[in-house]
Design a protein around this ligand. Structure first.
Ligand code: SF4
Length: 339
């Protein structure tokens, strides 16, 4: 839901500013390959990804119960991505990609070089985005994010009170997120900048589903530009009853099966859009098929060999696309995916 159209339109213009002929041409080629794959049932890839996700930090300060990082299950040889690694990845993709997510798993604001990393992506004319739990947004960090040129920030605000918020964001502080949003809005005003677009994300669960209209109002008062809702994914069956919302429109699972295989609502196309359009790299620079491969279970490159364009067109990546086309319900990471 858009709260402030002015900032939303300026953001669209910033996104348009990251385009050039080769990036647009690649996007069309990528879509053409995806379309043909859906028609023929055979994998056809004619373009690179338009979006690149780089995990600048793979650790987190919170312990959310359904997060792989919060559960201590993710495996990385390096917890933070450094400048040189980011540069190399973004250089490898800069001719075709224009959207850089500087996050994957973990809390990006734990990387002390975050502002510099954003600056590197901006120099290469990427549209930049981060997603944060909002616990580190203070006067100083907000000014630094605004000055870095960051285009979009997604801040998790999962409730209307400390009580509902803490049902999921274990170890966090609701008040700190509220203050953080205000600081960021103030930093934009003080520095006379229009960036970043402030997006509030509500992970809808049983404890906050009734609060959504009120969270929207609150976000507007704090100076946010957009509110988006995200449905919960649940790995632990015991948590399903406790966490999944009652209202089926907020629930990615069918009511009677609630989670795991075949429990997802149906209607998905054969070819998975993400496998044609998004490249995702862990903090130790390993390409994974998509943002649902959090551990990772299906690494598609060796550590240190991530720059080659061949990874995107490799037999392993083709085989994975084919596997998802033919046996999506038997591919572990897809069982919780709402795409
Ligand atoms: S989890 Fe499976 S269906 Fe979802 S984005 Fe990844 S590959 Fe595609």
């Amino acid at each position: 839901m858009i709260l402030r159209y002015r900032f939303f339109i300026i953001d669209l213009l910033r996104l348009a500013g990251s385009l050039n002929f080769s990036r647009v041409f690649n996007y069309l080629r990528m879509r053409w390959g995806l379309l043909l794959s859906n028609i023929t049932g055979k994998v056809k890839v004619y373009g690179g990804p338009f979006s690149v996700s780089t995990e600048v930090a793979s650790v987190c300060n919170l312990r959310c119960p359904e997060c792989r990082v919060g559960q201590g299950l993710t495996r990385r040889s390096r917890p933070f991505m450094d400048r040189q690694t980011l540069k190399t990845i973004l250089d490898a993709h800069r001719k075709h990609a224009f959207y850089a997510n500087l996050y994957f798993q973990g809390e990006p604001m734990l990387n002390v070089q975050l502002a510099e990393l954003i600056g590197i992506a901006k120099k290469k004319r990427y549209y930049t985005s981060i997603s944060t739990n909002g616990q580190f947004l203070n006067q100083e960090s907000c000014a630094s994010l605004v000055n870095s040129g960051l285009d979009r920030i997604i801040i998790s605000l999962d409730g209307l009170s400390e009580k509902s918020y803490l049902q999921y964001r274990k170890g966090g502080s609701f008040q700190r997120v509220l203050k953080g949003i205000e600081f960021l809005n103030l930093a934009r005003k003080t520095l006379k900048k229009n960036n970043p677009l402030i997006v509030i994300q509500v992970l809808v669960n049983r404890h906050n589903e009734e609060e959504i209209p009120a969270v929207r109002n609150l976000a507007g008062k704090l100076g946010a530009d957009l509110v988006q809702l995200k449905s919960m994914q649940v790995y632990n069956k015991e948590n399903a009853g406790e966490l999944l919302p009652q209202n089926s429109k907020y629930n990615r699972y069918q009511r009677k099966e609630k989670n795991r295989q075949n429990g997802l609502k149906s209607g998905r196309k054969k070819a998975c859009y993400r496998l044609w359009s998004h490249a995702v790299y862990t903090s130790d620079a390993i390409l994974v098929p998509c943002c649902y491969d959090k551990l990772p279970e299906f690494p598609l490159s060796e550590e240190g060999s991530f720059v080659e364009r061949e990874n995107w067109f490799s037999p392993e990546m083709y085989a994975f696309r084919e596997r998802v086309m033919q046996r999506r319900e038997k591919t572990g990471i897809c069982c919780n995916c709402a795409l």
